[in-house]
Write a protein that binds this ligand. Structure first.
Ligand code: KG4
Ligand code: ZN
Length: 421
């Protein structure tokens, strides 16, 4: 009988729930996006986000169960994002998860959102019938994060170690580990025991932080540049498509009066990132070129009328602006790829994992694929749906913790600055 985990994610502006069996079979995945609410502010407004999570959490969880064809009593455990994220948003998912766990008598498993993004890559690899080889270098790149980790399997993963060799904690069932807490486990939870199978992600990972952004996250830079140019929110998907068009039409190559970005210079740790300089260069360029104001105003009006697709905005962009977009994207993508590849070669990792909203970017995917190939490295991405925030990745990460007996007591709190290393 498989272990079915209900995952709940509410760390930012997506209310999500999913059911995943044995940490890798997605039975359902429901995401309620708040994009329409935050769009007019050009970014996530924390107070509005928490209120919307409150409205969405119950229907989203019910829908995830309905799509999986399950009821609450069929669930073996509840995995919930503990952090990092917006405190008000995290508290909604966490409180609901706690109440469900108490009411149903099921284990509650706290999950680090970033670890969830790593599991998203493994969920996708499982669908594609691949297994990423560890150790790996993992780039988590989204609207809130740009982080580089060295990822190894937790000791015992994929090996034939006995439960006692895997550490004292893992020999305890959730019932034993949870003794003294107020959780009472029902019959199906009592039957739970750690399983040894070929799913290395089910044992979890251990992380070493190699670097991270010192200022803006890459997705944040996309969103801010999109705001400066009136390209809508979120900026990433539209810039991605417009840049592709600029490259295909040769707009970038043929324009003389364009902004070229040099490589980002970082003092100290060469695995750190910095994107605020690129964003500021765009700002100064636009200030120095007031001739772009008219087209920016035209696009702003189009956005107000709901014409926000790349196909709507493309005819409203001059070749110079398309060139600017394309060069901005190349600068961000090249920086992400170069630092990640050098981290892989210096740590001896054979595999690169890329996850988070910006992992959906087509230029990032293409550049990683072609450059990694020349170095004999394998690159793994989640699908676009699994790249952005979702609860399937939370349920998958929860499975590895459940295997290890990492169950929360009911005084668990949300941690807005939670780290994985
Ligand atoms: O992971 P995510 O859904 O939420 C956060 O945790 O931030 O990522 C959202 C971010 C936004 O900044 C959005 O502009 C960016 O991911 N994004 C993209 C693309 N799709 C989403 N950036 C570049 N290219 C894309 N195709
Ligand atoms: Zn995320």
């Amino acid at each position: 009988m498989s272990t079915r985990i209900l995952g709940i994610e509410s760390s930012c502006d997506e209310t999500a729930a999913a059911v995943v069996a044995d940490g890798r079979e997605i039975l359902s995945s429901v995401v309620a996006s708040q994009m329409d609410i935050h769009r007019k502010y050009g970014g996530v407004v924390p107070e509005l986000a928490s209120r919307e999570h409150l409205r969405q959490i119950v229907p989203v969880v019910r829908e995830a169960l309905a799509q999986a064809g399950l009821s609450f009593s069929d669930i073996d455990a509840i995995g919930v994002t503990q952090g990092p994220g917006l405190i008000g948003s995290l508290l909604v998912g966490m409180t609901y998860g706690k109440v469900l766990a108490l009411e149903l008598g099921k284990p509650l498993v706290p999950v680090n959102h970033l670890e969830g993004h790593v599991h998203a890559v493994f969920l996708e690899a499982h669908i594609e019938r691949h297994t990423p080889e560890l150790p790996a270098v993992c780039l988590i790149v989204s609207g809130g994060h740009t982080l580089l980790y060295y990822v190894e399997a937790k000791p015992g993963a994929g090996s034939t170690l006995s439960p006692s060799e895997k550490g004292a904690g893992s020999t305890l069932s959730p019932l034993e580990k949870n003794a003294g807490s107020t959780f009472t486990l029902n019959a199906s939870s009592e039957a739970w025991s750690p399983r040894i199978d070929d799913n290395q992600a089910s044992y979890g990972f251990q992380f070493r932080r190699l670097g991270g952004t010192r200022d803006d996250a890459a997705g944040e830079a996309y969103d801010k540049v999109a705001r400066l140019l009136a390209l809508g929110y979120p900026g990433g998907p539209v810039i991605d498509q417009l840049a592709t068009h600029a490259t295909a039409s040769g707009a970038a190559a043929n324009t003389e009066d364009e902004l070229h970005f040099g490589p980002v210079k970082i003092k100290g740790n060469s695995y750190d990132f910095s994107f605020s300089g690129i964003k500021t260069a765009v700002l100064y360029y636009l200030r120095a070129h007031p001739e772009f104001n008219a087209e920016i105003e035209t696009r702003r009006e189009a956005l107000l009328q709901g014409r926000r697709k790349a196909a709507d905005l493309l005819p409203l962009c001059s070749p110079q602006v398309l060139a600017l977009i394309s060069n901005f994207q190349s600068a961000v993508v090249n920086d992400l790829v170069t630092r990640t590849l050098s981290a892989a070669s210096e740590t001896g990792a054979r595999t690169i994992l890329v996850s988070g909203g910006v992992a959906a970017n087509s230029a990032l995917r293409d550049t990683f694929q072609s450059k990694a190939l020349t170095k004999g490295l394998n690159v793994f991405f989640p699908s676009r749906a699994l790249s952005t925030d979702n609860a399937a990745m939370i349920a998958a990460a929860a499975y590895s913790h459940l295997q290890a007996g990492d169950i929360a007591s009911n005084d668990l709190n949300a941690e807005p600055n939670l780290r994985i290393a």
